[in-house]
Design a protein around this ligand. Structure first.
Ligand SMILES: [Zn+2]
Length: 428
C-alpha cells in the first residue's frame, strides 16, 4: 500500500452550496492518499497523530483543492483561439471548419491532443468533456494521450452530415458505425468515457439524430454532448429546419437525446417552457461565459437553470472561449450573473468548477471532492506567483473572502502542482 500525505490549507465541497454545511475549509489541513484514492481529509492537529511513519509533504501558504472539471471544450480549437470574427455561424465557417479539416491527419491530431492535455494540467483541470472532430482518428488520438496520463477525459466523434463542407462531413450511417467502434474501443476503459457528439441540430440530418439516439439506448452509460440555444441566428435557423418542433430543445427531445446522460453547452436563449422540460429531462448544462461574451452570444440565466434544478457546470469552450483556465471562467461567470442581478459567492463558483462539473459529467461518485475512496485528482495552488493576488490575499478577512479573491484574480500561474489519481502530473 502506498500512502502519502499533503499538508496545506484545504477547501472542497461536500454538496451544493445551497446546503449551508456543504463547504469544508481547513486552514491547516491534511489530505491523505492511498493507492491513488482519497483516504482522509481533515485538520492537521486532529489527523497528525495517526500519520506516524507516513511521508508528509508540506506546502507553506498553499491551498489544496479538487482538480477542476471543464464541462465543455473543443481540443482541435486550440489553434483558433482569439480569432476575430462575427457571430457563431460565421465563426464556424471562417475558422472552425477549415481548422478541424486538418485533423484528418492522425499526427496533427496527436500533437494537438498532447498540447491540449498539457495545457489542461497547467490550468489545474483534471477532467473534461471534450469535442474532437468528425474524424475517428482524432478521437483515438485524444483517448490515447489521455490514457497514457491516466486522465479522466470524455470525448467523442463529431456527427455532422449536413450544412458543413463535404470534406469534413460524415453520413448518418458512417457516423453511427464509427461511433459504435469508438465506444467499443474506449468507453469505460480505465478512466475514459465516450460521448455521442452531434455538433448541433443544424449540422445533422433527422436520420443522423435518430441514430445518435439509438447509440445512447444501445450503450447505457455513454453520454450525449452537444450545443443548444447559443445565439439568435442559430435558434431561428433551427426553427426553420425543424418546423414540426415547437422549439430548439424539442429537436433533441424528439430524437431521444434529452436524457440524464446529456450535456448541453450554452443554453443561453431557452424559453421558460424549454427550461421546464430541460429540468424534467434530467439533462445538464455547461455554462460557458467566456465564450458567450467573446462571440456576443448572450448572458446565460443561471437562476432559470437553478429554478428547474438542472445540473450546471462550467465550460471554457475554447476556441470561442479564450482561456482554458477555470479561474478565467469563474471570473466571467460571476460577471455574467452580476449583469443578470444574480450575485454568486465563491463557494458557488468553485462548486460549478469542481463537484458541480463532476455531477454534470456523471462522475461525482469518482471525483469532485475529497470524500473517502474518491480518486485523488487535486491541485496545489500558490498565489505567490501573482503579485496582485498575493497582496489582496494578505488583506483577506475570512476564508470566503480569500476564496472569492482567488476565483476572480487567479490564473494558471497560481497552479503550483496538479495530481492525477494521486500521481504528480504537472509541476510549475
Ligand atoms: Zn462549443
Amino acid at each position: 500500500m502506498v500512502r502519502q500525505a499533503y499538508r496545506a490549507s484545504i477547501f472542497h465541497l461536500l454538496g451544493d452550496p445551497s446546503d449551508a454545511d456543504a463547504a469544508q475549509y481547513f486552514e491547516d489541513g491534511v489530505l491523505t492518499v492511498e493507492n491513488g484514492h482519497v483516504a482522509e481529509v481533515g485538520a492537521w492537529p486532529e489527523l497528525a497523530p495517526r500519520l506516524e511513519g507516513v511521508r508528509v509533504e508540506r506546502f507553506a501558504n498553499g491551498l489544496i483543492m479538487p482538480g477542476f472539471v471543464d464541462s465543455h471544450v473543443h481540443y482541435p480549437q486550440v489553434d483558433i483561439v482569439a480569432s476575430r470574427g462575427s457571430h457563431l455561424l460565421e465563426w464556424l465557417s471562417a475558422y472552425t471548419f477549415p481548422t478541424e479539416a486538418r485533423f484528418q491527419h492522425k499526427e496533427i491530431a496527436a500533437e494537438a491532443a498532447q498540447f491540449f492535455l498539457d495545457q489542461l494540467l497547467r490550468n489545474g483541470t483534471t477532467s473534461a468533456l471534450v469535442f474532437a472532430t468528425v474524424y475517428k482518428d482524432s478521437v483515438d488520438a485524444l483517448f490515447e494521450a489521455a490514457q497514457a496520463r491516466n486522465m479522466r477525459i470524455i470525448t467523442g466523434k463529431v456527427l455532422m452530415d449536413r450544412n458543413a463542407p463535404a470534406g469534413i462531413s460524415d453520413t448518418a450511417e458512417t457516423g453511427y458505425q464509427e461511433s459504435r467502434a469508438l465506444i467499443r474501443a474506449w468507453h469505460d476503459k480505465g478512466r475514459l468515457g465516450y460521448a455521442v457528439t452531434p455538433r448541433f441540430a443544424l449540422t445533422s440530418s433527422e436520420r443522423q439524430l435518430e441514430l445518435a439516439g439509438r447509440l445512447l439506448t444501445e450503450h447505457p452509460g455513454v453520454r450525449l454532448h452537444t450545443h443548444l440555444s447559443e445565439n439568435h441566428e442559430e435558434t431561428a435557423a433551427v426553427r426553420r429546419m425543424f418546423p414540426d418542433c415547437p422549439d430548439y430543445f424539442a429537436v433533441y427531445e424528439k430524437f431521444g437525446l434529452a436524457t440524464p446522460q446529456s450535456v448541453f453547452a450554452h443554453c443561453v436563449h431557452l424559453a421558460p417552457g424549454e427550461w421546464a422540460r430541460f429540468g424534467k429531462s434530467g439533462a445538464a448544462a455547461a455554462f460557458c461565459p467566456v465564450s458567450n461574451l467573446f462571440l456576443g452570444s448572450g448572458l446565460f440565466d443561471l437562476a432559470a437553470a437553478e429554478a428547474v434544478a438542472a445540473r450546471v457546470g462550467l465550460g471554457t469552450d475554447v476556441g470561442a472561449g479564450t482561456s482554458l483556465s477555470l479561474f478565467a471562467t469563474m471570473g466571467d461567470a460571476y460577471k455574467v450573473c452580476q449583469a443578470r442581478r444574480h450575485s454568486l459567492d465563491a463557494t458557488k463558483l468553485f462548486y460549478m468548477a469542481t463537484l458541480g462539473g463532476a455531477r454534470v459529467l456523471g462522475l461525482d461518485d469518482k471525483i469532485g471532492n475529497f470524500e473517502r475512496g474518491k480518486e485523488a485528482d487535486f491541485v496545489v495552488l500558490d498565489a505567490a506567483a501573482l503579485p496582485m493576488l498575493a497582496r489582496r490575499l494578505a488583506q483577506a478577512t475570512s476564508p470566503a473572502d480569500r476564496l472569492f479573491a482567488l476565483a476572480i484574480l487567479a490564473d494558471d500561474r497560481a497552479v503550483a502542482r496538479t495530481y492525477l489519481a494521486g500521481a504528480l502530473a504537472y509541476s510549475r
